[in-house]
Design a protein around this ligand. Sequence first.
Ligand SMILES: C[S@@+](CC[C@H](N)C(=O)[O-])C[C@H]1O[C@@H](n2cnc3c(N)ncnc32)[C@H](O)[C@@H]1O
Length: 203
Amino acid sequence: MKDFWNDRYGRAEYAYGKEPNVFFKEQLDLLQPGKILLPAEGEGRNAVYAAEKGWQASAYDWSENAYKKAMQLAEEKKVKIDYQICSLADLDFEPESFDTLALIYVHFPNAIRTMNFERLTSYLKPGGSIILEGFSPNHLKYQAKQPSVGGPKSDDFLYSIEDMKLHFDGYRFKTLKQEVISLEEGDCHVGQTEVVRMHAVKP
Ligand SMILES: C[S@@+](CC[C@H](N)C(=O)[O-])C[C@H]1O[C@@H](n2cnc3c(N)ncnc32)[C@H](O)[C@@H]1O
């Protein structure tokens, strides 16, 4: 699977573009800059945007090519980001040390989802925000009609509002919705689909 991502990022073009995800940008712009953690951050579009806005951005991804592209983008935009080539299990941040956690198209399969969300939210301060956008279970219908929209091919990886309520029980939901949107992110997320969008505040 790591080879798949290295191949995807091995081109000059940015798979999901150089601009931040629309929902991420909209929600981040509502917050005061602080420390932000961006798991599975790929080519750095969201981390670089956060850094441009004054955030201290820490990102990771297991793909070496993702790292190279993210560093290239940071240089282009003249910002610094902290970016580790690793997986979740390798992280060694202080507990409750981040103000915001950004999960943009970070799709964990059901079997490890609870464990991974718990580990990631352990790094979030009480009162800190999670900004999440991911494909909903209805995504597969859209993907069948328009493969250019990308995303997981199995419903084991997809997120519903009910899943989010279960995983983030006790959080305050500033936004939690499933909606049909038109994605225009590079050449790997192009077309109409349904997503879950969440901005939740840790108790
Ligand atoms: C759909 S891309 C999203 C990238 C980025 N969040 C964005 O929105 O542009 C999913 C990313 O997850 C990363 N990834 C998948 N499994 C991983 C793992 N076990 N450890 C670290 N990164 C992983 C891939 O390399 C890929 O960059």
